[in-house]
Write a protein that binds this ligand. Structure first.
Ligand code: MN3
Length: 197
């Protein structure tokens, strides 16, 4: 069974009102994410050792070696969570998640500052994450390229922000900090994040 591009759980026009344009989504979902899925399926077709494995199994089993299978499997996994991390009704942190953020990260402001700093300081392409660590505490982290907390063992992902240039260049040009601020303030699906706790 081939891997498939997931359908977006909202209309592209709805995210336009949150400063992520339809043009960005057409390219990011329809071209970039699709390209990772197509490439991954090509590798699986040629390698019997990958056949029958779940996406998570491919990511974790190729993480140490890295390379093109890991990169494309990682990016497929990352984008599946990224689309869930966005919402036309985003930006509102529900009470249970807010309490957990306050307890583990100090305050909502401290969380947003840390998340933004993680995304800004990721040199080149990569991701910023909010994870629930193995110690049961929330943690903000970042990974380069197609890597992710599943590969690094840093914990369960609650929220993902893509900081590859293709995710923000059309809407924010070179202003990655503004893209991240917009993500945190109006776009992030904190209800999804809370549901992962
Ligand atoms: Mn991307």
């Amino acid at each position: 069974m081939a891997f498939e591009l997931p359908t977006l759980p909202y209309s592209k026009a709805a995210l336009g009102a949150k400063n992520m344009s339809e043009e960005t989504l057409d390219l990011h979902h329809g071209k970039h994410h699709q390209a990772y899925v197509t490439a991954l399926n090509g590798f699986v077709e040629k390698d019997p050792a990958l056949q029958g494995k779940s996406l998570e199994e491919i990511v974790t089993s190729t993480a140490a070696a890295g390379g093109p299978v890991f990169n494309n499997a990682g990016q497929h996994w990352n984008h599946i969570i990224f689309w869930q991390s966005l919402s036309p009704k985003g930006g509102v942190i529900p009470p249970k998640l807010e309490a957990k953020i306050n307890e583990d990260l100090g305050s909502v402001t401290a969380f947003k500052d840390a998340f933004k700093a993680a995304g800004i300081s990721q040199f080149g392409s990569g991701w910023a994450w909010l994870v629930l660590g193995p110690d049961g505490k929330l943690k903000v982290t970042k990974t380069p390229n197609g890597s992710n907390p599943l590969a690094t063992g840093e914990g369960k992902v609650l929220l993902a922000a893509d900081v590859w240039e293709h995710s923000y260049y059309l809407d924010f040009r070179n202003r990655r900090p503004d893209y991240l601020q917009n993500f945190l303030d109006v776009l992030a699906n904190y209800e999804y994040a809370e549901a992962q706790l």
